[in-house]
Design a protein around this ligand. Structure first.
Ligand SMILES: NC(=O)c1ccc[n+]([C@@H]2O[C@H](COP(=O)([O-])OP(=O)(O)OC[C@H]3O[C@@H](n4cnc5c(N)ncnc54)[C@H](O)[C@@H]3O)[C@@H](O)[C@H]2O)c1
Length: 310
């Protein structure tokens, strides 16, 4: 089996490449390294692995057959997509269009990495896949949310019109080794601050909630979805909900840091709560998260410590 992974040198993509290689797949990793890093794949020493540096907003020609195309390429952290608004819109629109074209040509099964951001600032909690969302199209986060909503729409159009075999995973906040310390997401932020003795910055009063899924669980869910026969979106995330403030306190406890917590203004359109309803994933994929927050954070902290020491 041959798989192509766009965004394969990113946080999630590199873990997906590892999983696919462990399942004896041949893997082509495509990435332009705009937010990813060659460092995420430098540990891979395998004849079944190849890397193509390419921007998927431009057409991609591949000679080999492809059975599975995982399309993960996109800036993903708020800092990245606020800095790269046009690239984010382009990779969601043109990149997804190009990769669907490649999947069509190769008769490959296509999986889109979508996001819980399609639900925007949700008016229902937890979010089921049937919820259409509450997104501000012209707010600063709109570039990411709308790019992914468009990507979902064109994926379904290729499925319905061209009969392409497609999957859509709505990924909820995921954390783990190979995240970037400075990517602005809450986990690396808090861990970096705790490890360097700085104040942990909580936006707003910290009562907004998030749910965090450990990377190995997330990747297993994505893989199972690809292998399933279900074409409509499926939430993959951890439903265990914590307020941001609770979360800051857990990180302080695990790291044993003497950092304090300080509060800053809430960014525009910051969702107040976000929690997946994973009934579908449980039923269709027999999937649910296995790694506890405590264990996942310990692994992640170990990784960040090694980065800070190197
Ligand atoms: N990590 C999460 O919590 C999370 C949550 C929801 C959705 N997602 C989605 O999962 C995917 C992976 O996210 P991640 O956290 O690994 O982010 P990441 O930034 O670490 O990885 C994304 C990768 O895509 C590459 N890329 C971006 N634009 C590209 C282009 N035009 N051509 C080729 N490569 C390009 C980047 O260089 C990077 O390696 C994204 O599509 C993201 O929207 C992630």
């Amino acid at each position: 089996m041959k798989a192509l992974v766009t965004g394969g040198a990113g946080f999630l993509g590199s873990h997906l490449c590892d999983l696919l290689l462990s399942k004896e797949c041949e893997v082509i990793c495509v990435d332009n390294l705009i937010t990813g890093s060659a460092r995420n794949i430098e540990h891979i020493n395998n004849d079944r692995f190849s890397y193509i540096k390419h921007d998927v907003t431009k057409p991609l020609y591949v000679e080999e057959k492809i059975d599975f195309l995982f399309h993960l390429a996109s800036p993903a952290s708020p800092i990245d997509y606020l800095e790269l608004p046009i690239q984010t819109l382009k990779v969601g629109a043109l990149g997804t269009h190009n990769m669907l074209g490649l999947a069509k040509e190769k008769k490959a099964r296509f999986l889109l990495a979508s996001t819980s951001e399609v639900y925007g600032d949700p008016l229902v909690n937890p979010q089921t896949e049937e919820y259409w969302g509450n997104v501000n199209p012209i707010g600063p986060r709109g570039v990411y949310d709308e790019a992914k909503r468009y990507a979902e729409a064109i994926t379904m159009a290729y499925h319905r019109y061209h009969g392409i075999d497609t999957r859509i995973v709505r990924i909820f906040n995921t954390y783990g080794p190979r995240m970037r310390l400075n990517d602005g997401r809450v986990v690396p932020n808090f861990i970096g601050q705790a490890l360097s003795g700085e104040d942990l910055t909580v936006y707003g009063d910290g009562s907004q909630t998030r749910s965090f899924c450990y990377v190995s669980d997330e990747i297993e869910g994505i893989y199972r979805l690809m292998m399933s026969d279900y074409a409509l979106p499926v939430n993959i995330g951890n439903p265990e909900e914590h307020t941001i403030l609770e979360f800051a306190k857990i990180i302080l406890r695990i790291t044993g840091s003497s950092s304090k917590i300080s509060f800053k203004d809430l960014p525009v359109d910051d969702p107040k709560q976000r929690r997946p309803d994973i009934t579908k994933a449980r039923k269709l994929l027999h999937w649910e998260p296995k790694v506890s927050l405590e264990r996942g954070l310990k692994e992640t902290i170990k990784y960040f410590k090694s980065i800070l020491e190197s």
